[in-house]
Design a protein around this ligand. Structure first.
Ligand code: 5GP
Length: 126
């Protein structure tokens, strides 16, 4: 079900549980600021999620409240993970959902990295 991506951070969201080690994930990368792991329901041959370790709901929440170090660390991690996965040469897509129109499901800011095949146009035809 889509979330609004607004309001207070929900400590019960599934990525908060992954960060606390309460549920497992297939980890790809971790540093002080970020964790990257395979999506449980992949939409492409490579589908990895990168999340900041802090409690942020959306990209707007993250970029307005996180420290410069957290923001730089997070976006460096996205690039590092894409490189680690061998996606630089063939190309890939980075996507972040926010709120109901995007069908955001998990109210902890994250980006999706998709790759491993040609990905088509950015948005489906209407
Ligand atoms: P959103 O729609 O919020 O941008 O994407 C949330 C993503 O989280 C979805 O692609 C969904 O498959 C993934 N997801 C939901 N629950 C879990 C989980 O428990 N583990 C992992 N690895 N991914 C999850």
């Amino acid at each position: 079900m889509a979330v609004k991506g607004l309001g207070d951070y929900d400590d019960g969201n599934v990525f908060a549980k992954i960060l606390r080690g309460e549920i497992p994930c297939k980890k790809v990368f971790e540093d002080d600021f970020s964790l990257a792991f395979h999506d449980i329901n992949p939409q492409a041959p490579v589908h990895v999620l990168v999340i900041p370790k802090g409690k942020f709901i959306s990209i707007a929440d993250f970029t307005s409240k996180a420290s410069d170090a957290e923001i730089a660390g997070f976006f460096r991690a996205v690039g590092t993970v894409a490189r680690m996965l061998g996606l630089e040469a063939p190309g890939y897509r980075v996507l972040a959902n926010m709120g109901e129109h995007s069908l955001q499901e998990v109210p902890h800011f994250h980006v999706h990295i998709f790759g491993g095949r040609p990905l088509g146009r950015m948005l489906p035809e209407r």
